[in-house]
Design a protein around this ligand. Structure first.
Ligand code: DGL
Length: 276
């Protein structure tokens, strides 16, 4: 097997475990890339914290990832992207890829022009969402629904408990009453609730997540900056030997167990050192 190109890892982080939904897509699209993930479960949800707090944590985690040699940073968190992406882009020398709620594709897919957005309160209030709506959905009805409590349910691996289902119904049913035909999952924790969401909305409504588009954007950016890692075996077929390092700021068994269940394949998890 021969590897060439840039061996440095891609750093990915989220307020907690939700970013694993993005990491999965990156791992799937770019199986030959070395990856490091940080889930900041001790401080989740970021949606409840001040902008300054989210910016500070994002900067500290990014610094940690850069110290591990990261060649690019993916902010696998809508809330942290809204609050910290610009600051990180100004302060670091590697490409920083953020997320944004899928207003543009939803706007193209919606037939009746009624679009629902599920996200944290902080994302719903963000300038970023407002800007995207003004830019891509001026002629559409965009119904933004904050979903307090859902991040915590995913962190606790309560994907289909009574409490989770009743929260989902509380947030989604009013959107259905108003006729949404495209529903944006504007938080990376929510794709883990997709089976339950589908159960509530049925099969006709388009659901948009950001994992796959972000993985594709990362692929383009790595190419543009000549940062890709390649890997071939002697027969010439691509092989996928790459490292996957997963950190969590929490040392609690529950957080680690949830990470393992969400990731599905066997992984070992390290506790993130104290960051200053
Ligand atoms: N996964 C994060 C996001 O995409 C959750 C934010 C939070 O912790 O509040 O927004």
């Amino acid at each position: 097997m021969i590897t060439f190109g840039d061996e440095c890892p891609i750093g990915v982080f989220d307020s907690g475990l939700g970013g694993l939904s993005v990491l999965k897509e990156i791992h799937h699209l770019l199986p030959h890339e070395n990856l490091i993930y940080v889930g900041d479960s001790v401080h989740a949800p970021y949606g409840d914290k001040s902008a300054k707090y989210v910016q500070q944590r994002s900067q500290q985690i990014t610094e940690f990832l850069l110290n591990q040699g990261a060649k690019a940073i993916v902010i696998a968190c809508n809330t942290a992207t809204a609050e910290a992406a610009e600051i990180l882009r100004t302060n670091v020398d590697v490409p920083v890829i953020g997320l944004e709620p899928a207003i543009k594709p939803a706007s193209q897919l919606s037939k009746n022009g009624v679009i629902g957005v599920l996200a944290t309160q902080r994302t719903i209030n963000s300038e970023r969402l407002l800007g995207l709506t003004e830019r891509y959905a001026q002629d559409k009805k965009v119904l933004a629904q904050a979903c307090p409590g859902l991040v915590e349910q995913v962190e606790a691996y309560e994907l289909n408990s009574d409490k989770t289902i009743s929260l989902l119904k509380k947030y989604i049913l009013p959107l259905l009453d108003q006729g949404v035909d495209a529903l944006i999952l504007g938080c990376t924790h929510y794709p883990f609730l997709l089976p339950e969401i589908r159960h509530i909305i049925g099969s006709d409504i388009e659901v948009l997540e950001t994992g796959i588009p972000v993985a594709r954007q990362l692929q383009r950016i790595l190419k543009d900056h000549q940062l890709e890692r390649y890997c071939f075996n002697v027969e010439g077929g691509a092989t996928c030997k790459a490292t996957l390092s997963i950190y969590n700021s929490s040392n609690k068994k529950q957080a680690h167990l949830t990470m393992k269940k969400l990731w599905k394949d066997p992984i070992s998890i390290k506790v993130l050192p104290e960051l200053n």
